[in-house]
Ligand binder design. Structure first.
Ligand code: NAD
Length: 280
């Protein structure tokens, strides 16, 4: 294998330690409310991991579990209560929500200064113009992983596969803020392999196991694999065909142990930022 592994576990542990030390040093009282609706097993795992990270960092976590058939009114009322609770600095509603609930309406109800996922329209707009308080956790985590390689994004060819509001679009924006030359690919992109193989920095956020193969990757590229796909065997795999791509790339993130842990670490950082904004 020629690629160096970007160790998301170690880098995320360092971010969480920074957050913990900051909270201890400044004697901050930081609280994060996590709302989970229904009993989706993947959501339950994510929520438990977020709680564990809070404990590690010295952030109080408040969990609110609503039944899968709860009404939208009930959920919106809970969001209102949390918006008005000064011990809650960050509010996170675990997505996806059951289909009878309008995710957009729920997210828009969260106070933008408590929106630690940075999904609220006003936070998305701020990211667009580069004047933001919070960055969405997964793209922000990817940027940390890229920074850890020591490679400067400025002037690099960057290709993002995927254009979701949660990952692909903000990822492209963050690379652009650092002066990358950014191309966003999606399901209608023509000559995908050819476009991807121009990338010095390639970010895959597709949600298809082993989608990115070695012929799509430039020799020496930084490859960031956002995908989390559960195989029939029960094991997790990314969007990148790790065995062959790691022979060609310069740097690569593993799945698990790459982007996933970074997402949670950046959530901890955003929650402290929210606490500081609210105490001003
Ligand atoms: P999504 O389904 O909303 O978006 C997928 C994107 O892939 C779409 O924009 C689509 O255009 C593109 N796409 C689909 N087929 C394609 C094709 N054949 N060629 C090119 N593009 C194609 O997914 P998402 O929410 O952005 O998540 C993407 C992946 O990242 C999923 O596996 C998800 O589980 C994972 N994810 C991981 C984290 C983390 O913390 N590591 C966080 C969020 C999402």
């Amino acid at each position: 294998m020629s690629a160096k592994i970007i160790d998301g576990k170690a880098i995320s542990a360092a971010v969480k330690e920074q957050v913990r030390a900051e909270i201890e040093r400044d004697k901050l009282n930081v609280g994060l409310a996590v709302v989970i609706v229904g009993d989706d097993p993947a959501s339950r795992v994510y929520v438990n991991n977020k709680k564990k990270a809070c404990e590690l960092c010295g952030i109080k976590s408040f969990e609110y579990a609503l039944p899968a058939d709860c009404s939208e009114e009930q959920l919106l009322e809970l969001v209102d209560t949390l918006n008005n609770d000064s011990s809650v600095n960050g509010i996170l509603v675990q997505l996806p929500l059951p289909s009878h609930l309008d995710e957009k309406r729920v997210i828009e109800r969260i106070s933008p200064i408590k929106d630690v996922d940075a999904f609220h329209e006003s936070n998305v707009g701020k990211i667009m113009i580069g004047n933001y308080s919070f960055l969405p956790c997964t793209p922000a985590g990817c940027m940390e992983l890229i920074h850890s390689t020591g490679i400067d994004v400025a002037g690099k060819e960057c290709v993002v596969i995927g254009r979701s509001n949660i990952v692909g679009k903000p990822m492209a924006m963050l690379l652009l803020h650092e002066n990358g030359t950014v191309t966003v690919c999606h399901s209608k992109t023509k000559n995908l392999a050819e476009v991807c193989s121009r990338a010095d920095i390639l970010v895959a956020a597709v949600g298809r196991p082993n989608f990115v193969t070695a012929d799509m990757v430039k020799e020496g590229a930084v490859v960031i694999d956002v995908g989390i796909n559960r195989l029939e065997t029960g094991s997790l795999c990314g969007d990148v065909k790790f065995d062959e791509v790691s022979e060609k790339a310069g740097w690569i993130t593993p799945v698990p142990g790459g982007v996933g842990p970074m997402t949670i670490a950046m959530l901890m950082r955003n929650t402290v930022t929210a606490c500081r904004i609210q105490s001003k």
